[in-house]
Design a binder for this molecule. Structure first.
Ligand SMILES: Nc1ncnc2c1ncn2[C@@H]1O[C@H](COP(=O)(O)OP(=O)(O)OP(=O)(O)O)[C@@H](O)[C@H]1O
Ligand SMILES: [Mg+2]
Length: 141
């Protein structure tokens, strides 16, 4: 019988094997993040034809700064991260990194430069403090 940890690994592999919802535009270019400034300008977003999750969200994260998105469960914090990684594109508005609209860059060049620490960690046993702390050190958000 598969252990719980094996089951979670299979699920993650399944996720990565799916066709992405957004793809490269024909003129998409390689992108190298130099400074790391992130700007959302009037970003509005719905999943499919559902309700607006984000409505005209604008903010800027300056290079080297740490920013926490705080809000009630379901208000759209992870959705913002999904948009910055281009798992989805905004319904309207712009997301720029270093001044560059990320819808015009190659997905792979964007994703390989952004580290995320998932809310639910499928790899580590959270009772093992050393594993967790080293994982976070090498994957800054
Ligand atoms: N793939 C999806 N398809 C449809 N709706 C989704 C999807 N992902 C999230 N949602 C919905 O979008 C809303 C925002 O979800 P999101 O995960 O961004 O919230 P959150 O602020 O990160 O919440 P939490 O604090 O619980 O992590 C919720 O109503 C959620 O049910
Ligand atoms: Mg979340």
């Amino acid at each position: 019988m598969a252990r719980q940890s094996d089951f979670q690994a299979f699920s993650l592999a399944d996720l990565y094997s799916k066709e992405p919802i957004v793809g490269d535009k024909p003129a998409a270019q390689e992108f190298v993040i130099e400074e790391g400034e992130i700007e959302l300008e009037n970003v509005t977003f719905s999943y499919g034809s559902g309700n607006k999750i984000l409505n005209n969200v604008s903010f800027r994260v300056l290079p080297g700064k740490t920013v926490a998105l705080v809000g009630v469960s379901g208000c759209g914090k992870s959705t913002i991260i999904n948009l910055i990684l281009r798992f989805f594109d905004p319904t309207s508005g712009r997301i720029r990194i270093d001044g560059r609209d990320i819808t015009g860059v190659k997905l792979q060049s964007l994703k390989k430069q952004v580290g995320i620490v998932p809310q639910v960690n499928p790899f580590m046993n959270f009772s093992n403090f050393l594993d967790v702390s080293s994982f976070q050190c090498f994957n800054p958000v």
